[in-house]
Ligand binder design. Sequence first.
Ligand code: AMP
Length: 277
Amino acid sequence: MTTRAELRAARAEHGTLGLVPTMGFLHDGHLSLVRRAKEDCGSAIASIFVNPLQFGPKEDLATYPRDLDRDLSLLEATGCDLVWTPGDEDVYPPGFDTYVDVHGITDVLEGGRRPGHFRGVSTVLSVIFNVVQPTRAYFGQKDAQQVVVVRKLVRDLGMPLEVVAAATVREPDGLAMSSRNTYLDPTERERAVVLRRALDAVEKAWQDGEIHGAALRSAMSAVLAAEPLAEPDYVSIAHPDTLEELDHVDPSVGALASMAVRLGKPRLLDNVVLLPR
Ligand code: AMP
């Protein structure tokens, strides 16, 4: 299905429906969301759309990995009921000139480094939500800021759906699954486990009672610094809802520990929630 009209007609055949928006090149992280959507809602729909609006001019839109045939067979094998694979003009019809901006929380972390990224995400999701009319929409905790932004978008605009965040799915060595992991050469792939080790270090520091933002950030940075191939872009200890950087973490609230690290070509993201204690 590609057009909005085809999608609407197919959607009408289903009642409660769980949506998993993706950019394709699917892996088990995406498929875990589809399974969850299907379990919770009875019917699941995935969208596959590499959204030009969320890529910066120097980013990898042209080379973003794509394999639609493989994606479709994986979705079928996972029991996904519907798949929407719109073209650019199905999502953004000629003359399209409406954009959705969530302010404040998009100025930091990924939003701070990728100007316009979340405007692209919020706009495409507004179109997809309106066309699909899902009961629930499923997102990976892997993109933690995206979850916070989507929750705010849905709440602020009163969109009639529930946002569900699901745990990050990892490779056996702990690397978070990502379509962009395909950019890693074998040596980089091996070294990429350093992100997971940095998260383990900050979790341990938190469990051992550390509450100072600077010390928690250092726990991550020190591990990353020991890997010459890793170039950290940021390490952050932020409030889980406002995404404000914290000097001290309130133990009853916890924090989001997150990082972006360039390793060879890709910029890898990972995070862990430091749970209240
Ligand atoms: P993407 O195709 O990268 O836009 O991702 C589509 C959805 O899958 C987003 O909600 C991501 O957060 C989620 N996702 C990506 N990687 C993972 C992962 N390793 N575990 C869980 N969810 C993921």
